[in-house]
Design a protein around this ligand. Structure first.
Ligand code: FMN
Length: 171
């Protein structure tokens, strides 16, 4: 029974989490941009994706691979500025099919945003978004960035892998 980690990342924080999970579990790690990465050949999957512009950036890849992903145990970790809660759940609901969400296990991790590392377009869009944002904390983060990346926050994902592997050994 073998698993793998597939991630998408624009500015590196989701890639960092995927590498940490890979180191801790020994599972192979694939960037979804790598055409050779085939989820169909694994028994269980960990998918990692940032929330960019209120959507999971991995959503198109998931929809394109639904046939190969269907029926497998899946743990999705999202990486976002917003913490776990209804706002994040709403963005995930708008990104993935309902049937897929019902079966997957979700772990919400928090990311990093460094204004000087962003593309000009992203920086402008975040400035415009901040002007319209009524949540003062979210507005501050959009304008000035944040760093919530925390290696210890992967613990629930490691636990999910251990529990799944243990259930396979006992069956
Ligand atoms: C252009 C842009 C849009 C973003 N949109 C959101 C968003 O809608 N909601 C949110 O909670 N975080 C948002 N974020 C924060 C990202 O989820 C966070 O920076 C994450 O760590 C990025 O992952 P990456 O480094 O793997 O690309 C956004 C960040 C950027 C740069």
């Amino acid at each position: 029974m073998t698993g793998a980690i597939f991630f998408s990342s624009k500015y590196g924080s989701t890639a960092q989490y995927a590498r940490w999970i890979g180191e801790a579990t020994g599972l192979p790690v694939f960037d979804i941009k790598d055409a050779k990465a085939d989820p169909a050949s694994y028994d269980f999957l960990i998918l990692g994706s940032p929330i960019l512009y209120f959507r999971l950036s991995i959503r198109k890849w998931v929809k394109g691979h639904l046939a190969g992903l269907g029926g497998k145990p899946i743990c999705l970790f999202s990486v976002s500025g917003a913490p776990a809660g209804p706002k994040l759940d709403g963005w995930i609901a708008k990104s993935l099919p309902e049937s897929f969400i019902k079966k997957m296990h979700h772990v919400a991790l928090r990311g990093r945003q460094v204004p000087k590392e962003l593309s000009w377009y992203d920086r402008m869009m975040l400035k415009i978004g901040a002007m319209a944002n009524r949540d003062p904390e979210a507005r501050k983060q959009e304008l000035h960035g944040f760093d919530f990346v925390d290696k210890t926050s992967i613990a629930p994902i490691l636990k999910w892998v251990q529990q799944w592997q243990a259930s396979q050994m006992s069956s």
